[in-house]
Write a protein that binds this ligand. Structure first.
Ligand SMILES: [Zn+2]
Length: 237
């Protein structure tokens, strides 16, 4: 499915209110040991930058998400406007609004350069409503990646728009349980649980005997949303 259908390795960033991420490695979602891999929205792009709810400062989602665009617009004196309104101002040639998208594109470029340098994957996908402003932010973004990544300069690494749009997460969420059924291991069990599958497991308190707990529901760790988005991204395009 989607923009990633021809590759086995890709990274997806979804630009919304925050920034979500997902990594597909050799055709499989990279989960990390707790299912939390792919928290790409919290990559630091500005040391001591804008404070983030995660406790860090300068996370890419505080500099390149829809919300960040709106905040930067306000700080630029454009008033209390949405990212979409800021986009329309930029389209109309408003210099402050254009500068917001340049700053946003650069922040995104810093994060992408790091990802390109880390993974050397062939494809990096972007999704989310902010993509409407691609013409505004993509040139500074690509310039920044080019400047910061030898790997990018020396290869035909692609940074592209995902194709399934807002439906990508849905496609991914639908596809995920089917895919996980063919994989084993405790992380996958937990992720299935996260998707509110009724399941059984054994807890083993230290020094105690195993205890069977049946039919409990657990809410998904956030990484699972990212995983779903990643599958959607792989699907999308
Ligand atoms: Zn953060």
């Amino acid at each position: 499915m989607g923009a990633g259908k021809d590759v086995d390795d890709l990274v997806l960033l979804t630009l919304g209110t925050g920034i979500g991420g997902g990594i597909i490695s050799e055709g499989k979602i990279l989960h990390g040991y707790l299912g939390m891999a792919g928290e790409l929205g919290h990559i630091t792009v500005v040391p001591n930058g804008n404070p983030c709810g995660c406790g860090n400062r300068g996370c890419v989602e505080k500099h390149a998400s829809a919300q960040a665009i709106s905040v930067m617009a306000r700080l630029s004196g454009l008033g209390d406007i949405t990212s979409e309104e800021c986009f329309h101002l930029a389209e109309g040639g408003n210099e402050k609004a254009v500068a917001v998208f340049v700053a946003m594109g650069q922040a995104l470029g810093v994060a992408l350069a790091m990802l390109v340098n880390t993974f050397n994957y062939p494809l990096y996908l972007l999704s989310g409503g902010v993509l409407a402003a691609w013409e505004q932010f993509a040139p500074p973004m690509l310039e920044e990646i080019h400047r910061r990544s030898f790997t990018f300069r020396a290869s035909n690494t692609r940074v592209e728009k995902a194709l399934l749009g807002n439906e990508a997460g849905l496609y991914g969420a639908a596809y995920l349980p089917w895919m996980l059924r063919h994989q084993n291991g405790p992380v996958h069990d937990r992720i299935l649980a996260g998707y509110r599958y009724r399941y059984r497991w054994f807890t083993r308190p230290a020094g105690g005997q195993g205890r069977r707990v049946e039919g409990r529901f657990y809410s998904a760790p956030r990484g699972n949303d990212n995983a779903a988005a990643a599958v959607g991204g792989a699907a999308s395009g």
